[in-house]
Write a protein that binds this ligand. Structure first.
Ligand SMILES: NC(=O)c1ccc[n+]([C@@H]2O[C@H](COP(=O)([O-])OP(=O)(O)OC[C@H]3O[C@@H](n4cnc5c(N)ncnc54)[C@H](O)[C@@H]3O)[C@@H](O)[C@H]2O)c1
Length: 359
């Protein structure tokens, strides 16, 4: 029987629908060429839907999303809605609601001229950050007391569970083994200042006993930011709590060429998972055909790998890498190439691997 995958698509806000349109076209083309079928379903969640209906992400939609094989998201966030409201309800709602505990962020540089670091090239920038995705200060325990008065108190709890830490560590050790590169896992934390992170320190040592072939390395988050700029080649896989991962992955994105290329997966191994560019909705570029869709197209490559469609995943990633390496895509900045132009260039590269009948 032919392979079939059910994919939920949320274009979202700002540039989200434009970049998602190009990414979905790539996905459809790859499926046609590699011989599997797709059942795509669009969901309207985002600012327009919220302003029209008052609905963000209803519980029934979360159940429906969970019934797919994967979810592709453009971006959420709109200046007409209070900052963070839709992002928390929709993006965090899906991450927490579907227990997508791994935020996977490959940081891979395709061409030296895209790297802002002097003297660093593709051989120096090829690492993966694993960000814990369901705990930490993002769980939402806290709030404001006596808001707006001189006595105001703001409190936000940083939560780690042994189960949550252990499962993301195991995923990271396994990933390190699967990559088969330096076989070094760097844990990035701040256990010298945040006592609760002692749980990470102990779990890392204990879980690490099951992976004698993987070197355990450690860096405090402040030093890790320094190393990421000074010696990105010193990283293979890095694992880190949610808030530090949020920050260091933007640093990683810049090292690999910027928001136009950086993609991520929100993963629960073996279950429905969500893939997205790491950029936001960049409202200033909305509807102008200036946004770079490559980050969302690279998210499609990650989605395909998650579905087990490894050749299709490689075809898409190789198409993007090839266009950058041979200079046909010479900049990842908004507006240099059109959104549709970049989508068409990737499509032509993907099309080029289609077997020719009778040959
Ligand atoms: N996962 C998400 O959906 C997500 C992630 C981050 C931010 N947001 C939201 O997006 C909105 C805008 O946030 P922001 O301005 O801080 O971040 P942003 O990532 O949307 O934009 C920052 C800058 O990065 C550049 N950029 C981003 N995407 C690009 C692309 N595809 N091509 C070329 N250049 C690109 C632009 O210069 C842009 O001004 C906010 O509402 C924010 O909360 C959503």
């Amino acid at each position: 029987m032919a392979r079939a995958h059910r994919i939920a698509v949320l274009g979202g806000d700002g540039i989200g629908p434009e970049v998602t349109r190009e990414a979905v076209a790539t996905l459809q083309l790859a499926s046609e060429i590699e011989g599997f079928s797709l059942e795509l379903r669009d969901y309207p969640f985002g600012a327009e839907h919220y302003l029209k209906t008052g609905e963000t992400l209803p519980p029934s939609a979360l159940v429906e999303l969970g019934d797919h094989d994967a979810i592709l998201v453009g971006a959420i966030g709109d200046p007409r809605v209070p900052v963070g409201y839709l992002e928390r309800a929709i993006i965090a709602g899906i991450r927490f609601g579907l227990d997508l505990y791994v935020n996977l962020r490959p940081v891979k540089l395709f061409a030296e001229h895209l790297c802002p670091l002097k003297g660093k090239g593709p051989k120096d920038v090829d690492l993966v950050v694993v960000r814990e995705n369901t705990e930490d200060v993002y769980v939402g325990i806290g709030g404001l007391f006596k808001k707006g008065t001189p006595d105001e108190i703001a409190l936000q709890e940083m939560i780690f569970t042994r189960k949550g830490v252990e499962r993301v560590l195991r995923y990271s050790f396994d990933l390190c083994r699967k990559r088969g590169r330096a076989k070094k896992l760097t844990m990035v934390d701040k256990a010298n200042a945040v006592a609760a992170m002692d749980l990470w320190t102990r779990a890392f040592e204990e879980v690490g006993q099951d992976y004698p072939d993987i070197t355990r390395d450690h860096a405090y988050i402040d030093a890790a930011c320094m190393w990421m700029v000074k010696n990105p080649e010193s990283f293979d896989v890095a694992v880190t709590p949610n808030i530090f991962g949020d920050i260091i992955t933007d640093l990683g994105a810049m090292v690999q060429g910027g928001m136009g290329i950086a993609a991520s997966g929100n993963i629960h191994p073996g279950k429905v998972s969500m893939f997205e560019p790491i950029h936001g909705s960049a409202p200033k570029y909305r509807g102008q055909n200036k946004a770079n869709p490559l980050a969302t197209i690279m998210a499609v490559s990650m989605l395909l790998e998650h579905l087990g469609e490894v050749p299709a995943s490689r075809t898409v990633a190789n198409a993007v890498a090839g266009l950058i390496q041979d200079g046909r895509i010479h900049s990842l900045q908004a507006g240099v190439h059109g959104t549709d132009e970049l989508g068409s260039m990737v499509a032509a590269e993907v099309e080029a691997v289609r077997p020719v009948a009778g040959r």
